[in-house]
Design a protein around this ligand. Structure first.
Ligand code: SF4
Ligand code: SF4
Length: 354
């Protein structure tokens, strides 16, 4: 069994600054469901005071969204995301892992199965091996939202999009198999030499942690660096009002949040949601593994989106896309979720009739 890296675990000074930033603490007001409380549990586990099958330890390892909002406010530089990976590496071995996560990991573990996911979907595809920059198609995005990669290719025709690419391994890294997650990212890096552009903030963060930040660009970064034109920012008539849901790992892990806002301002009137930087409850497999908790986090977010009087809420991650799209549909809201790539490519889904 792997353990915790002592330097990571010992860094917390128990100041509690992270508590107000934590969505699960906001739900429960229970210290154990806060970053500081969870680090205490990790220490107890590490010192053998609590066993790995202690119900509280198991519950908190699963209840945490892994959103890393706690990292951004921590004065001691605690790398909570790394600690959580080490924690789940210990606890979620074999049958300890939630069944849904286990099945999804098996599904995306082999490249041919990932390819099969997108076989009948019209995601972007190019023939031949990539030479220059390439577009990462992702595993679930190619099946659930194939229009996103098509929009990205329309925006940036220079991106190669070979279908024969696998999953980046973020799913494994966040669900208790960080070693396999790392190997999958390395394999993808060999398959897509040069710059890898991704429409998923979560994948961007994982890939960057393995391949280095120079190799990986999330779409808004890539567009921003190229000064991609959108609409005329000075023209206000007919411009949609657009809010953004940040991708947690993109914002909290890579500090990328200015770029998507700057890009949205080119295609509409940007409206900042008070909780734009707070998790929407999708959190990778969380919405499937813990649907009730995920809905509790989502409901407050949807109230806010509807109160903001926006036409669209833009996303930069497929998990957030699915979460917000389903939530808004359930409510029969007129607001539509849309990926940033679609908006930049000039596609605006029609507002739903109420
Ligand atoms: S803010 Fe950082 S140092 Fe303070 S309690 Fe939270 S994790 Fe520990
Ligand atoms: S990762 Fe998110 S949910 Fe987990 S402890 Fe940190 S702030 Fe709370």
């Amino acid at each position: 069994m792997t353990g915790f890296t002592p330097d990571l675990l010992n860094r917390c000074i128990a100041c509690g600054f992270c508590l107000p930033a934590c969505p699960t603490y906001a739900l429960t007001k229970d210290e154990t469901s806060s970053p500081r409380g969870r680090i205490d549990l990790m220490r107890a586990l590490d010192e053998g005071i609590l066993p790995a099958d202690d119900p509280r330890v198991r519950e908190e390892a699963a209840f945490c969204l892994g959103c890393r909002a706690c990292e951004t406010v921590c004065p001691a530089g605690v790398q909570y995301g790394d600690l959580l990976e080490e924690w789940r590496d210990q606890q979620w071995q074999g049958t300890g892992r939630p069944l849904v996560a286990r099945l999804l990991m098996i599904l995306v573990d082999a490249r041919w199965r990932v390819r099969l996911l997108g076989l009948l979907r019209r995601h972007a595809r190019t023939r031949g091996g990539p030479q220059g920059p390439s577009l990462m198609l992702g595993c679930f995005e190619r099946a659930l939202f194939p229009k996103v990669s098509r929009a990205a290719r329309r925006l940036f025709p220079e991106l190669a999009a070979p279908a024969a690419q696998g999953c980046c391994g973020a799913l494994h890294a966040h669900n208790g198999d960080s070693a396999r997650g790392r190997r999958m990212a390395e394999e993808l890096g060999r398959r897509l030499p040069g710059t890898i552009v991704t429409t998923s903030g979560g994948c961007a963060a994982h890939l960057s942690s393995v391949l280095g930040r120079d190799r990986v660009k999330e779409l808004s970064q890539y567009a921003y660096e190229r000064d991609t034109p959108g609409g005329d920012p000075a023209e206000t008539a007919g411009r949609p009002r657009i809010a953004l849901q940040d991708s947690c790992h993109l914002r909290n892990g890579l500090d990328v949040w200015r770029e998507p806002r700057a890009m949205l301002e080119r295609v509409g009137t940007y409206v900042e949601l008070p909780s734009a930087g707070t998790c929407c409850g999708a959190a990778g497999t969380y919405a499937l593994v813990r649907p009730r908790d995920s809905r509790r986090v989502l409901d407050a977010k949807l109230d806010e989106i509807e109160a903001a009087g926006v036409d669209y809420v833009a996303v930069v991650n497929p998990g957030c896309y699915r979460q917000l799209d389903q939530g808004l549909r359930r409510r029969k809201s007129r607001v539509r979720a849309v990926h940033l790539a679609e908006l930049l490519a000039g596609e605006r889904p029609r507002r739903r009739a109420q």
